[in-house]
Write a protein that binds this ligand. Structure first.
Ligand code: FA5
Length: 333
């Protein structure tokens, strides 16, 4: 075999070995055998150069370098290929998109409340919070609900006997978010413009439209000259923002101890009237209880049932579906 043939033989054997190496270890063995610096087949090839005549040497040197370069390049490419993740694992094409990860969705009531906060924020109302465990002052007295009022009947409220033993005064789960009106006014001076959204508790008989735990959005605005027209405007803007332009808001005379005059608020949407809450002008006694001068300030307040809105918007026919926590139902929202 002449020198040229030996070069060709080396090159084809090296390229075959590189192609057939199935692992990094096998490829390293190929490197030692074909490209090793101290011994191995490249070294043998190099020694042929030394034996060549001075005339042949430049041509052979060039050929040697070309062959060496091609083998090194093939080796480098094979190394990259082995390090790259395979595109197919046991018949599975791992470059295809996988099944989407099923993550949870926000509860429809949470979505409704987030949207309410946003709408009321655009109308200039800040968000306030209050505790769900309340004392009688904030749940009743400051709201002008006297001691002998039927709303304070233990049978109509969830009183907490154990908590009372520790605190030394009667405590209960708040029955309305109107408690937050008092807590906010105790701590701020007018102008006041807040909403408060949260859970309230009543031992009501549970049916398709009533739950013993539900959510309300309280609204309160107090300033120099707040009127009933402001109240209706805010409620109409709110209702149309949530449901759409064809919403009508209607007031019916009513009674709440903490507002005077008081109204029931109804809303008509898609030809159906729906009672959504109570409202009215803040009673002067309430303003006095928190140290506001009723001669100087007026205000309106409202309390809306959040479930009713959410059910109407999404066509949910039974309030209990919101609390069953059946993911097949909740996943739809
Ligand atoms: C009140 O709770 C007053 N605090 C509202 C208010 C606030 C009046 C400020 C004046 C000024 P009422 O008890 O009507 O009012 O409840 C308000 C709304 O809560 C109802 O219209 C209804 O939408 C909802 N609601 C009442 N009870 C339940 C219940 N058991 N389950 C679900 N939603 C209820």
């Amino acid at each position: 075999m002449d020198v040229q043939e030996q070069f060709a033989d080396y090159e084809s054997a090296a390229l075959d070995a590189v192609r057939n190496a199935e692992s990094a270890e096998a490829l390293e063995q190929v490197r030692i055998e074909f490209l090793g610096k101290k011994k191995g087949r490249l070294k043998d090839l190099q020694s042929l150069l030394g034996k060549a005549s001075p005339e042949e040497r430049p041509e052979l040197g060039k050929r040697f370098n070309e062959v060496k370069q091609r083998v090194e390049q093939a080796w480098g490419e094979r190394k990259d290929g082995l390090e790259r993740p395979p595109e197919s694992v046991e018949g599975i094409d791992i470059t295809l998109p996988g099944n989407p990860l099923v993550i949870g969705t926000r509860h429809p009531l949470t979505q409704t409340m987030d949207e309410f906060r946003l709408i009321m924020g655009r109308l200039g109302f800040a968000v306030a919070d209050g505790p769900e465990i309340e004392d009688e002052f904030h749940n009743f007295e400051a709201l002008n609900i006297p001691h002998d009022h039927p709303a304070r009947d233990p049978l109509d409220n969830f009183y907490l006997e154990t908590a009372q033993r520790f605190s030394g005064k009667p405590l209960l789960l708040r029955s309305q978010t109107s408690t937050v009106q008092i807590r906010v006014m105790e701590q701020t001076r007018p102008p006041v413009r807040i909403v408060s959204l949260g859970r309230v508790y009543r031992p009501d008989a549970v049916d398709a439209t009533h739950s013993c735990m539900f959510h309300q959005m309280e609204g309160l605005m107090v300033d120099d000259s707040v009127t009933m027209a402001d109240l209706k405007t805010v409620l109409r803007l709110f209702a149309t923002a949530y449901l759409g332009d064809d919403v009508h808001v209607r007031f019916r005379p009513s009674f709440f101890p903490f507002t005077e005059p008081s109204v029931e608020v109804d809303m008509r949407w898609k030809d159906d009237w729906l009672e959504i809450g109570g409202a009215g002008m803040v009673d002067p006694n309430v303003l006095s209880a928190v140290g506001y001068d009723p001669e100087q300030y007026t205000g309106f307040a409202f309390g809306l049932g959040i479930e009713r809105f959410c059910m109407r918007r999404h066509g949910i026919d039974d309030i209990r579906r919101l609390f069953d926590n059946d993911v097949r139902f909740l996943r739809q929202f």
